[in-house]
Design a protein around this ligand. Structure first.
Ligand code: NAD
Length: 371
């Protein structure tokens, strides 16, 4: 079942025109289709193909205006360019948004997904996609009836692959790298870790942390879910309004974005922020605010890249689980490098990660131009 009210991590309305948004973007192209049957707008944003064919999820979401969906697609495609670069995988940044004006009924949804699949087929393999907020592995099976340019499902068996545990494993490695950087010891044993949102990523993350002896704090707007996870894993429930000021070693946001802002950062009572939520910073300056407060922040697109790493490798034909897990675990090494570079230059890890991405893309562009 599709989630009716999925976690939100970006703006939902915009007041610019489609022309202004497209003309003002530094990405490469946008493919658009208006779906007459449902009134939905389908956007596929291609941000940067330097490293390879664009590969990114398909989001379905209700927007006030289609242009907000286009802006979401562009912003998320930019994030994918950075994510593939730090993962060292040969894909470009791309993302699709199915901007609906209301949640479609099941039959309408199927028709919409099939028409979207035909759009992907028309694009002839120049965009590879999978699940994102608002879409499910079941949706990918529907799309897969008309195109093979979807991943995360095994077409032969119909089996679906859940990215959540891979993402959670990458976040765990990121938390360990951050603990090493702050306390000189990567072990979560005895550390207080607050997991905000115990869904597809937060629940397995909480499990990994509990296994490693962390003192677990869990929070979720779904109180019953938070209570269940706390009971199962031996943690304590933190009511959602108390998350920001709650004393802990690690705050792991695994629900909504936009939680690190000029209002919340002064109230944080943690040493580390490392979690899966996308777009955690309210605005770019928040990275410096965290740095000035002495809170080590793991850039979201680096620490939450475990699911992308697994799906990227699967779409390249990798079937060796150990090889996939090793790539996910590499997120810890990447963050260690980023934290080290940030410390050397007394800058935020966000800035260090940005320089790393620019060096990778710039190096690749120079190689391409010299041939
Ligand atoms: P999910 O919908 O499965 O789980 C989110 C959980 O957060 C739910 O239990 C929900 O009740 C809870 N929640 C929602 N708003 C909340 C709030 N304000 N406070 C506390 N809890 C709240 O989502 P997910 O797949 O686990 O993804 C979580 C975040 O991680 C999202 O921002 C997503 O974009 C990001 N992310 C997920 C993956 C993945 O592999 N699933 C990969 C990269 C990034």
């Amino acid at each position: 079942m599709a989630r009716e009210h999925p976690a939100t991590d970006g703006p939902v309305s915009a007041d610019r025109s489609l022309e202004a948004v497209i003309a003002g973007w530094d990405g490469e192209a946008v493919a658009t289709r208006f779906d007459h049957e449902t009134g939905a707008w389908l956007f596929v944003a291609f941000h940067d193909t330097t490293l390879g064919t664009p590969n990114g999820g398909t989001r379905m979401r209700v927007y006030d205006r289609p242009v907000a969906g286009l802006e979401d697609a562009m912003r998320l495609a930019e994030g994918m360019t950075r994510k593939w670069a730090v993962l060292g995988l040969p894909f470009g940044g791309g993302k699709a948004v199915l901007a609906v004006s209301r949640w479609p009924e099941p039959a309408e949804r199927e028709g919409l997904l099939l028409r979207y699949g035909r759009l992907l087929e028309t694009l002839g393999g120049s965009f590879q996609t999978g699940v994102d907020m608002g879409t499910t592995p079941e949706d990918m099976l529907v799309i897969g009836r008309v195109t093979r340019n979807v991943h995360g499902v095994e077409f032969e068996t119909g089996a679906m692959i859940d990215p959540g545990p891979f993402t959670a494993r990458g976040v765990l490695r990121g938390i360990e790298a951050a603990l090493e950087a702050v306390f000189g010891d990567p072990s979560p044993d005895g550390r207080r870790v607050l997991v905000q949102g115990v869904g597809d990523v937060g629940r397995p993350l909480a499990g990994f942390l509990a296994e490693r002896g962390a003192r677990l704090l869990v929070s979720d707007v779904d109180e019953e879910r938070a209570g269940r996870v706390a009971r199962e894993l031996g943690g304590e429930v933190v009511p959602p309004p108390e998350v920001v000021g709650r004393a802990c070693d690690v705050y792991a946001p695994c629900a909504v974005g936009g939680i690190l802002t000029r209002e919340t950062i002064p109230r944080l009572a943690c040493r580390i922020v490392a979690g899966s939520a996308n777009a955690q910073l309210g605005e770019p300056e928040d990275a410096d605010r965290l740095h000035e407060r002495g809170v080590l922040y793991a850039p979201d697109y680096v620490v939450n890249a475990g699911g992308a790493a697994a799906f990227g490798l699967l779409s390249l034909g990798e079937r060796d689980e150990a090889a996939i897990l090793a790539r996910v675990d590499g997120i810890g090494d990447t963050l260690e490098e980023i934290f080290h570079a940030a410390t050397e230059r007394d800058e935020s890890p966000v800035e260090a990660a940005r320089r790393k991405v620019e060096a990778i893309l710039g190096g690749r562009r120079a190689t391409v131009q010299s041939h």
